[in-house]
Design a protein around this ligand. Sequence first.
Ligand code: ZN
Length: 459
Amino acid sequence: MLLSRLQKPAGLSVTLCLYLLALPANVLAESSENTQQTQSSREILLAELAEDESVQDVEQSEPLQGSRTSGKKTTPEIKSIQPEAAPTPNKVAPDIDLKEVAPAPAPEPPAEPGGDKIPDSTATEAPPEEAAPEPEKAEPASDLILLGNEVLPGTSTRLAWSPGIQIAGLSQPTPVLVVNGANTGPTLCLTSTIHGDELNGIEIIRQTLYDLDPAKLSGSVIGIPIVNLSGFQQGSRYLPDRRDLNRYFPGNPNGSLAGRIAHSLFTNIIQHCDMLVDIHTGSLKRTNLPQLRADMNNPAVAEFTRGFDRMAVVHSSGSPGMLRTAATDAGIRAVTMEAGESLRVQEHQIDAGVNSLASLMEKQDMVSRMFVWGNPEPVYYDSTWVRADHGGILFSDVKLGAKVSRGQVLGYVADPITNAQHPIHASSDGRIIGMAVDQVVMAGFAAYHIGTEAKIPGE
Ligand SMILES: [Zn+2]
């Protein structure tokens, strides 16, 4: 038995080797045909891949306005979107201690029109005994109605969101963690992994939510650790149709797959938020210093960014279709938080994110925990990408977070064939707030993101 199991792979690998030996001629012949046939589509793909949100977002950003008037264009369609009618009657969500290990969720029942139900229906628990009110905030909170459930004040629970795009019964609901505080206050939403390969935010949300005591919370916190579940399962940034979900908000119920998912998320959850932090990482082997991307031309957003401890803030007006742009247009104070690189779980970056969200909740009077503020991080309103001018292998001389001066050599692109070394120089004084990890690059690849300190508007 054991032997036959062992022999099988060996036999297979021999076959595979033979097959591979026979391959090159065929492959060469085929690939030269393919090269011509798919040249145009490959160019499109490369163009799409070469410019990620981090780079494009910054380069296409509207300049920071001198005046404090909000230059924000309003998007009329957004206003017309109404939250989908809540299914009635709502059921009381079970009170779950998020710190405790949960049983694995049951498969989702077939979708019912108009609502997402959580599989577990141990729904009607007695309301928890009244939490001791905080001395300074005695105003009790009301129920939070979300995804067809009533989350009672002073309780936390796990809900499920389904955009309803799968075959009925096959879809996997996306977990939504909710903590509804005993006392009244704002609703803070945390989203992560809209790009399925960006992992640090999942852990940032877990640590943040599981550390909250509903009895001591004013307001509520809604966390969606993995928005793009299918991308996450495949280690892909994109949706199954190769679209970037973060270009389709606030969505369209009759649109593409991405548009429908975006619409469902936006109407079912995001429109319940007063504040939104959408957590991302660098893409395409680029890493980011923990930082916020925020439209500093919007006074409410600019003020919002001051609640984050030890975070650089990069002014970026945002691209159409981004969740933070759509949320801001709908009157929600929203920022993107960037931390680290994709496909990795990075403790240092996660700690920075968790710390900063803790400071935010204190700043918004949602928790009181004697938060120790660090030295205020310099705020960057301006940033530029420095690109490689040659193809080759990129080797960096600088580290993430390094202070650099104009003209300084940041790294080299080494041509492995000619042995030429092409230095890359800093275009301005500033700090490396994002950079590519060492890798093979082509000319034009955005390699270093330099943040330039600017003064806070109005000061
Ligand atoms: Zn992202």
